[in-house]
Design a protein around this ligand. Structure first.
Ligand SMILES: [Mg+2]
Length: 229
């Protein structure tokens, strides 16, 4: 029996869509259009890049969770001329409280899991924060499909570090040749898995430049998994 390890955010749970909706509501409720002098789309595109940049630092232990949480807002506000650390922290708290209750999954997620669970052991490896990821998993009815749900924060290890993939093998009693990672993040999911000797399926549009020699399948929709697995 083979083991399929899924990433959670933007692989099963539609992080971008859910996050954008919550941010849009916070933006309106706090009248940021006036306070920052910017429309939501501009605010969001700066926040989006900043958030990715800070997550990247977090993966490599360069910043801590609390700093990541408020700095994505603080740096965005600063970019639009507002210097207010207290407000950044309170919006960061609101965002973390509200967003995990959003329910949009990636298209065809449940149909694909129903199909795969018949033939594979399914697991999750996610770099998110425990209190947030557990709410998402329960609230969207995902938990019962998965045998092991490995949340990086609970183990002090993040993808793409080799140790989290070795831990996943131990927890599932699987050897590396029986493991496959499916995820949307080239560095943390795909390079991490390949580095551990696993197979990988990249959920994205195209393989990033200079990585063509890496042997991975690429899917742009989850439903495609029904054909290739
Ligand atoms: Mg992801």
């Amino acid at each position: 029996m083979k083991h399929l390890f899924f990433d959670l955010d933007n692989t099963l749970w539609d992080f971008d869509r859910n996050s954008k909706t919550v941010l849009q509501n916070l933006f309106k409720a706090n009248n940021f259009e006036v306070k920052l002098g910017v429309d939501f789309e501009k605010f969001h595109s700066f926040y989006y890049e900043k958030n990715n940049e800070l997550w990247h630092l977090y993966y490599f232990n360069k910043i801590k969770k609390e700093e990541l949480r408020y700095r994505r807002f603080h740096d965005t506000f600063l970019n639009f001329g507002l210097n207010n650390l207290q407000l950044s922290k309170s919006i960061a708290d609101d965002y973390v409280q509200i967003s995990p209750y959003s329910k949009h999954l990636m298209p065809d997620c449940i149909e694909v899991l129903e199909h795969l669970v018949k033939d594979y052991h399914l697991h999750i490896i996610t770099n998110g924060f425990a209190e947030v990821q557990n709410i998402k998993i329960d609230n969207c009815g995902l938990r019962n499909y998965f045998k092991q749900i490995i949340i990086s924060e609970e183990h002090g290890l993040t993808k793409p570090n080799l140790e989290i993939f070795r831990l996943a093998e131990q927890l599932t009693n699987a050897t590396s040749d029986k493991c496959m990672m499916i995820g949307d993040n080239w560095v943390s999911d795909i390079e991490g898995a390949i580095g551990a000797g696993w197979k990988a399926i990249y959920f994205g549009k195209t393989v990033p430049e200079n990585n063509q020699q890496i042997n991975v399948a690429v899917i742009s929709d989850l439903i495609h998994l029904k054909k290739i697995l």
